[in-house]
Write a protein that binds this ligand. Structure first.
Ligand SMILES: C[S@@+](CC[C@H](N)C(=O)[O-])C[C@H]1O[C@@H](n2cnc3c(N)ncnc32)[C@H](O)[C@@H]1O
Length: 291
């Protein structure tokens, strides 16, 4: 859980995107802004092969399946968002946006879509400073950053002081966040998402499976990742089964449409690769729709 510090795990996921763009072929997800948005240290590692290979692929090589997890999550979110926009959706809310760069990339199909990024105040302040330093002219059109600490503040009140329109359907992405939050913060935030969701709204988020739900012997990368993120000051504290999520979502007026598992995402985004990019076991991505 974050307090006054910005999220180091968010910098790490941006670093994974930056390294992927430079060193992996073919690309699962292309983010030309990731290197500018991550920390100076990660930027140096990503841009210097003499650092990248011994550090990322040597020292941290056992975490390679985490790259797959982050990259397929990013691309699936964009694919689902694009389909949502094609159906007429005009509002995109990123909860725990981290150093996501969609507001800077702004593909043509996102023209006219209002992007609202919610994040912990410390992470968001660093991100906005890095966006400005990278040459972005702030404020960007159809973009708003709303600082909210999910452990202390209320999503409803936070969005009420923003351009967010609760009468219009939204696509909510809450990727890479819920396992860092207490069960009360998850339930509260879901309740507010439910209240703020006009019919036709959609929600996508990833979650971690509890130990008992892991296939035997396939949880070692997740265990290692848990130790690494704890060292960064961000502990995994919440784990869910799809049945838990179904209950939580139905209580707030959402229907769980499906859960994408590592094998589904590996087959969809990483099949037929010649390199070692694979998807970590132990997470799922839930897709839900407002009833
Ligand atoms: C692993 S990062 C994921 C960032 C981004 N969604 C991505 O996939 O790259 C976790 C994000 O959760 C946010 N976060 C963690 N605890 C939070 C809290 N209590 N309130 C608001 N945001 C929080 C962090 O600021 C960070 O942006």
């Amino acid at each position: 859980m974050l307090d006054r510090n910005h999220s180091r795990t968010a910098e790490a996921t941006a670093a994974i995107r930056a390294c992927h763009l430079r060193y992996d072929t073919p690309l699962v997800f292309a983010d030309p802004y990731a290197a500018q948005l991550t920390s100076p240290l990660w930027r140096a590692v990503a841009s210097t092969p003499l650092l990248y290979w011994p550090i990322v692929r040597g020292l941290l090589g056992a975490l390679r399946p985490v790259h797959g997890w982050i990259l397929v999550r990013d691309q699936m979110t964009v694919d689902d968002l694009q389909a949502y926009v094609a159906r007429g959706g005009r509002q995109y809310v990123l909860l725990g946006a981290g150093f996501d760069s969609i507001a800077l990339r702004r593909p043509a199909w996102l023209e006219g879509v209002n992007i609202v990024e919610v994040d912990h105040p410390a992470t968001q302040a660093v991100k906005l400073a890095r966006m400005a330093r990278s040459g972005a002219t702030l404020p960007l059109a159809d973009f708003e950053a709303v600082p909210i600490d999910f452990e202390r503040e209320n999503l409803h009140d936070g969005l009420a002081r923003s351009s967010f329109n609760a009468d219009a359907p939204s696509f909510f992405a809450w990727q890479g966040v819920i396992y860092y939050l207490s069960s009360s913060a998850i339930a509260d935030t879901l309740r507010h998402i439910g209240e703020l969701s006009a019919p036709g709204s959609e929600l996508v988020f990833d979650f971690l499976l509890p130990g008992f739900a892991l296939q035997q012997g396939r949880g070692h990368v997740l265990s290692l990742t848990r130790a690494v993120t704890a060292r960064m000051g961000e502990r995994y504290v919440s784990y869910h089964t799809p049945e838990d999520l179904e209950r939580l979502l139905s209580a707030v007026g959402y229907e769980l449409v499906d859960v994408q598992r590592d094998v589904d995402l590996q087959a969809r985004y990483c099949a037929d690769r010649d390199d070692d990019l694979s998807v970590m076991h132990g997470f799922g991505i839930a897709r839900a729709r407002k009833c």
